[in-house]
Write a protein that binds this ligand. Structure first.
Ligand code: PLP
Length: 475
């Protein structure tokens, strides 16, 4: 058997040599983008052109150029003109922790396959529980993304609240969750995966400000109960994705307590606000929840994908996928907090805890405070600039770093406005100097910005608005 190819794959020398070169190239990329030596946030290519490029590259491309081409053909999240989706420009040190995780490749399903990262996971989730304001009974774990974490939390809620054992026996009676109509679509998807069907997702209308209208909770609950449907959970968005507006967690907590249902907070985006003295108020009431989701790759500067799922009562960490009710033992000496695979959807998962721990160890909690506070401040600042512009309109005064706005012209009707703003966004994408996104709110097409880069300033906002005005003029 010819082993030489495998020897070359595992060569420490090649790894060292390529690694040094790659780190140097990525550092140059960082410098280039952060310091705006390149003025574009994206070099847009049509999907079919991109596909063709990579098909050809596999056959004829120069190996030496592979990493450079991948880097070039991405969206530059470290560029201050990247103000699009809610993905953070990863703190460079977490690229290094990513490398540790990839090379050491401990699979994390059981303690032996990840001793340090399993213990580290406990440390970081304990820190998060504490910041939320949970008591010492609280515990959590890390999993792959907000979508999976929300589904896991709802499965736990079903197990914890309902008398019937749906996990083992299947569902025989109608059950439901309550959630704002503005919540992220993954909550809807989770409910569908759980077999709740349309009738099992009670959409609570939002107020004019896109927050859950808690004044209709009682009425909605009565309507549902009159149909014989049992509600077992309510989800608060902190904040909702499209507009970045926070539901009133205090109000939802009171409702959940009254009816003894599970209160879950989807803090995928804004849960990190627990670190910000200035913005912690957006999460008022979060400590009364039964579970909270916080994404590390959104407002905590980590690489995709890592999410914390925290439970007020730690015994539920083992409940979700347990065949028997033995999870009730968790508070005894039999508790095994260190075997991740029992708690998570994943069997194997990455050593994601080391991103969290490294940021905490190297920079302290204040790094999260600085990041969240700075970005929320900039969201407010951008909105204040828009408010002064006669040709722009805000969808709503922002509560976070997500800002929805549109270009307006009094001569246009709704459809014309929608077409104009959609075409502005398409032009921005093709032009590439800025990367922003778009959303439809109550039939109105809005441009949407999420300030994710702490180096995005007023200068960038003004340049973006000038550019939009130009595109609008020439539309
Ligand atoms: C409020 C909210 N929940 C959940 C998600 C999904 O999280 P993930 O992309 O980590 O699966 C998002 C993503 O944007 C979100 O904004």
């Amino acid at each position: 058997m010819n082993k030489s190819i495998l020897e070359s794959v595992y060569s420490p020398e090649t790894f060292k040599e390529m690694g040094h070169r790659l780190v140097a190239d990525l550092a140059e990329h960082l410098d280039d983008k952060l310091n705006e030596k390149t003025h574009k946030a994206i070099h847009w290519n049509e999907p079919d052109d991109e596909l063709h490029f990579w098909q050809e590259f596999l056959k004829h491309g120069d190996k030496e150029e592979l990493f450079k081409e991948i880097t070039k053909r991405t969206t530059y999240v470290h560029h201050p003109n990247y103000i699009g989706h809610q993905v953070s420009p990863a703190a460079p040190i977490t690229a290094l922790t990513g490398m540790i995780s990839s090379l050491l490749n401990n699979g994390m399903a059981v303690y032996e396959m990840g001793m340090a990262p399993s213990a580290i996971e406990r440390v970081v989730t304990d820190v998060l529980c504490n910041k939320i304001g949970y008591s010492k009974r609280a515990k959590g774990f890390l999993t792959s993304g907000g979508t999976l974490a929300n589904l896991t939390a709802l499965l736990t809620a079903r197990r914890a609240i309902l008398k019937q054992d749906i996990w083992n026996n299947g569902n025989r009676s109608p059950i439901a969750i309550m959630v704002s109509e503005e919540a992220h679509y993954c909550v809807d998807r989770a409910a569908k995966i759980m077999g709740l069907g349309e009738q099992g997702i009670i959409k609570i209308p939002a107020t004019a400000n896109f927050q859950m209208d808690t004044s209709v909770l009682e009425e909605k609950h009565q309507e549902v109960r009159a149909k014989g449907i049992e509600v077992f959970a309510i989800v608060g968005s902190a904040p909702c994705t499209a507009t970045g507006m926070f539901d009133d967690l205090d109000e939802i907590a009171a409702f959940a307590k009254k009816y003894k249902i599970w209160f879950h907070v989807d803090g995928a985006h804004g849960g990190a606000g627990v670190f910000s003295k200035k913005y912690k108020h957006t999460l008022k009431g979060i400590e009364k929840s039964d579970s909270v989701v916080i994404d590390g790759h959104k407002m905590m500067m980590m690489p995709t994908i890592t999410t914390a799922l925290l439970y007020k009562n730690g015994k539920y960490t083992n409940a979700t996928f347990s065949q028997k009710a033995d999870y009730l033992l968790t508070e005894s000496e039999h508790e095994d907090w260190y075997n991740s695979g029992k708690k998570t959807f994943e069997c194997t998962k990455t050593m994601m805890s080391i991103h969290w721990y490294t940021l905490l160890k190297m920079y302290g909690e204040s790094v999260f405070e600085a990041y969240v506070t700075n970005l929320y401040d900039m969201g407010t600042h951008f909105a204040s600039i828009i408010e002064k512009e006669p040709n722009f309109e805000l969808a709503v005064k922002p509560m976070s770093n997500i800002v929805c706005f549109r270009f307006i012209n009094s001569a246009l009707d709704l459809n014309e406005h929608n077409r104009l703003n959609a075409s502005i966004r398409q032009k921005l994408l093709e032009d590439g100097e800025f990367y922003i996104v778009q959303t439809k709110l109550r039939g109105i097409h809005f441009l949407r910005v999420t300030v994710m880069n702490p180096f995005t300033t007023e200068k960038h906002f003004n340049r973006l608005l000038d550019k939009i005005k130009d595109f609008a003029k020439n539309a």
